[in-house]
Design a protein around this ligand. Structure first.
Ligand SMILES: [Zn+2]
Ligand SMILES: [Zn+2]
Length: 393
């Protein structure tokens, strides 16, 4: 359940208890409302059905001290709007203090057989399980579910931006049995254990626990001849492919939201969103920090000492970098604007680190030249170390 739901719903009003009500009072109030509004006692009464759902939802939160505390905190932070809303509707005796039409249409309102026994799923199943007198009330438009997926991009594609086809696999309703799991021509049968309620109640001392019926997994019906397409689950995996544009400069670990590209809505509701987690494969040459690219370039001792012009690759083409005479190893040269070009047109830099390479083998001529060089070069500045060596050594 989203925090928005929590802000908009007054679970205390639903159960008719004070905000300071004890856990025991909450339980008593819930039992009273649930008893009065139970669909078995009110066949074909959508008002009672809604009240039963709402009470169950409220109790689900308020009976858990941790969730109740979260709920209270959230409402105290964002509560003023919700309060007005409740105050407006709360005066009608027996009326719902808020609009329940969208209550079960949210994230959990999809197909009950697929998502595990989510709470809302469980209760929606009570009312669509085909029990006696229980024609399910028509529900309003429901937003489609958000979908999350992960994509690995090549380094250069992430820097430049790329459009890729993305194939999503998502659970959908089986077209052969329309989701009831029964072989075409047969019907699911009301569960003999829970009599279609989807829940069983167990007494334990002074408490009673409701739990999803184990015989029918909370669905309320059992299938005797399974649909060959979905093996009785009512669901199949559906794939869809779409082209997704990744903007230039997208970074590893970034999450991109594509509004309306999630699962389609139900009954005319809007589609959910697609969230794409981006992984960027490392490049064999370039590193990246934010909008800057980095590259390490080996140079010889002579190049570092005498200076040189280096041709180095960028992601697009090559640039010439001037290495001034007397450049130390590890010096970073900057090729401005050769990094990641952002959407606003600004670009990062290419940072080139010079790595002076010491040759492991020398020709006789090179050795002679180097020895001659050494004779004509003052010693390295190590006096400060030599002083310490004399003292401790
Ligand atoms: Zn099927
Ligand atoms: Zn059952």
């Amino acid at each position: 359940m989203s925090s928005k739901d929590w802000i908009e719903k007054d679970f205390y009003a639903v159960l008719g208890v004070d905000k300071a009500a004890s856990a025991d009072d909450v339980k008593k109030a819930y039992r009273k409302v649930a008893r009065e509004s139970h669909p078995d006692h009110n066949p074909g009464d959508p008002k009672a059905e809604e009240r039963f759902k709402a009470a169950s939802e409220a109790y689900n939160v308020l009976s858990d001290s941790g969730r109740r505390r979260e709920y209270d905190e959230m409402r105290s932070l964002f509560g003023s709007g919700a309060f007005r809303r409740n105050a407006r509707g709360g005066g009608q005796p027996g009326g719902m203090p808020f609009d329940v039409s969208d209550m079960f249409g949210g994230a959990g309102g999809g197909d009950r057989r697929f998502g595990g026994a989510g709470f809302q799923d469980l209760f929606s199943s009570i009312f669509s399980g085909g029990q006696a007198g229980g024609q399910a009330a028509p529900r309003g438009p429901a937003r489609g579910r958000d979908v999350e997926t992960e994509v690995a991009l090549d380094f250069g594609d992430a820097v430049r931006g790329v459009t890729l086809p993305l194939t999503l696999r998502a659970p959908g309703v089986c077209d052969t049995c329309h989701g009831n799991g029964a072989k075409p021509g047969t019907q699911p049968r009301t569960c003999p254990v829970c009599h279609g309620a989807g829940v069983t109640t167990r007494d334990q001392g002074s408490f009673s626990f409701s739990e999803p019926c184990r015989n029918c997994q909370g669905v309320g019906t059992v299938v005797e001849e399974k649909c060959p397409e979905c093996q009785g689950s009512g669901g199949v995996t559906k794939t869809r492919t779409m082209n997704v544009r990744f903007p230039a400069g997208v970074a590893d670990g970034q999450r991109i939201r594509l509004a309306g590209r999630g699962e389609p809505g139900e009954r005319g509701g809007p589609a959910g969103d697609l969230f794409v987690h981006v992984k960027v494969r490392p490049d064999e040459l370039f590193g990246r920090t934010g909008d800057d690219l980095s590259l390490t370039v080996p140079v010889t001792f002579a190049e570092a000492v005498l200076g040189t012009d280096l041709r180095v690759p960028t992601l697009d083409g090559a640039v010439t970098l001037r290495v001034p005479p007397g450049t130390p190893s590890g010096r970073v040269l900057r090729a401005r604007g050769k990094g990641v070009v952002r959407r606003d047109g600004q670009a990062g830099d290419l940072l080139v680190t010079l790595d002076v390479v010491v040759p492991a083998r020398l020709s006789d001529e090179a050795r002679a030249a180097l020895e001659s060089f050494a004779e004509q070069t003052p010693p390295a500045a190590r006096e400060h170390l030599d002083a310490r060596v004399r003292r401790v050594g």
